[in-house]
Ligand binder design. Structure first.
Ligand code: TRP
Length: 368
């Protein structure tokens, strides 16, 4: 059997998507969707995963499902090519998670670097750590394998998740026979896109730090973040001073976002980013010019997304229908995988009545 090319990826609906999501994963998903190279593309709105650390606030998740879908659609996800579905409505994922939980140890879960970092970020003590949160890598393995995905486009922070998923798949296939597809992570080739820092230069964009640029931000809000929060090079006091481009967040963003076409259009003094950087390092290029260029690049990236969002916001009924029919399709697909898994595990008791004969034989043998 020729293996199909299937993508599954997802996001937790805990807030609007930001530029970090866009350059780290969403942009790539749109390109892959339009490449025609995949047999199936699925995007999961991971509301159950979002609940693992928001059990006391389900309204936040409920509210943000629509925001995340609007962000997808406005960034170019095409529901005729990509299936968008909601995790909590896929019962097969819950069953798969329950079986996979037996194939990992708590020690292995404790070593997962992503979980470790996330526990620390949330300030969970052992007493405060929800078991559901601690085990979400297992549920994420269920997400991936339920769709038979071989390709999982994610940001760099998710690499340990994929490693853990591969281990579970290998263990499952070893114990129960070849059943699950081994998934591969796909991270951006451009290293600056893998983990875009916040506008303040901190490691990650995060709502609580107020250092995000959201896909749905107005141009005024984007300008404010760049001009107000982006520190450049503290040693570059005068325009004529030589400057540093490394660790300079304006250049990090340009590294992640700008193309030679942007230079032709907005800053024709330079052919490309390398020429601009050389000038900055030499001295004589002011931060104001750099920021203005970055704002132009950001606007060119974000304004089509903004326009699309405004259109979709006028028709939330259509948005609802998209995730409702996407979810119905995903129910079929994930149920089929669960049936296959149960067959491999020999717990498919009620698929047909063949076990009656088996049990009868067993009892006859016991009497002999
Ligand atoms: N954990 C991912 C994140 O925080 C979201 C996610 C849930 C996901 N299920 C997934 C990503 C399956 C890839 C595949 O961004």
């Amino acid at each position: 059997m020729k293996e199909k090319n299937i993508i599954l990826t997802g996001d937790r609906p805990t807030g609007r998507l930001h530029l970090g999501h866009y350059v780290g994963s969403l942009k790539r998903r749109v390109e892959l969707q339009n490449s025609g190279k995949f047999d199936e593309i699925n995007i999961l709105i991971a509301d159950d995963q979002a609940l693992t650390d928001n059990a006391d606030n389900p309204a936040k998740i409920r509210d943000n499902i629509v925001n995340v879908v609007l962000d997808y659609l406005s960034a170019g996800i095409d529901p005729t090519k990509t299936t968008i579905c909601v995790q909590s409505a896929l019962p097969a994922l819950h069953a798969l998670t329950f079986y996979y939980l037996n194939l990992v140890t708590t020690a292995r879960l404790s070593r997962n670097p992503t979980i470790k970092a996330e526990i620390q970020m949330r300030g969970f003590t052992d007493e405060g750590l929800p078991a559901g949160f601690f085990t979400y890598p297992v549920s994420q393995t269920a997400d991936i394998t339920a769709f038979d995905a071989n390709v999982v486009p994610v940001g760099e922070d998710q690499l340990p998740m994929l490693e853990q998923a591969r281990e579970i798949v290998e263990k499952f296939n070893k114990i129960y026979g070849e059943t699950l597809v081994l998934p591969n992570a796909m991270i951006p080739e451009n290293e600056f896109q893998r983990r875009l820092p916040g506008v303040d230069g901190k490691a990650k964009m995060s709502k609580s730090l107020g250092n995000c640029i959201y896909l749905s931000d107005t141009s005024a809000a984007v300008k404010k973040q760049v001009n107000g929060k982006m520190y450049t090079d503290p040693l570059h006091l005068q325009i004529s001073d030589p400057g540093h481009t490394e660790g300079n967040v304006v250049f990090t963003y340009l590294d992640a976002l700008c193309t030679d076409e942007h230079f032709a259009e907005y800053l024709p003094d330079y052919a490309n980013l390398e020429e601009m950087k050389e000038h900055y390092r030499r001295g004589g290029l002011g931060d104001g010019v750099c920021k203005k260029f970055l704002i132009n690049v950001l606007e060119e990236t974000l304004s089509p997304i903004r326009t699309e969002r405004a259109k979709w916001e006028q028709d939330i009924g259509a948005v609802y229908d998209i995730i409702s029919s996407g979810t119905a399709k995903a129910v079929e697909k994930t149920n089929a995988t669960l049936a296959r898994v149960r067959r491999s595990m020999k717990i498919n008791y009620f698929e047909d009545r063949s076990i009656i004969k088996e049990w009868e034989q067993l009892l006859r043998n016991a009497k002999q």
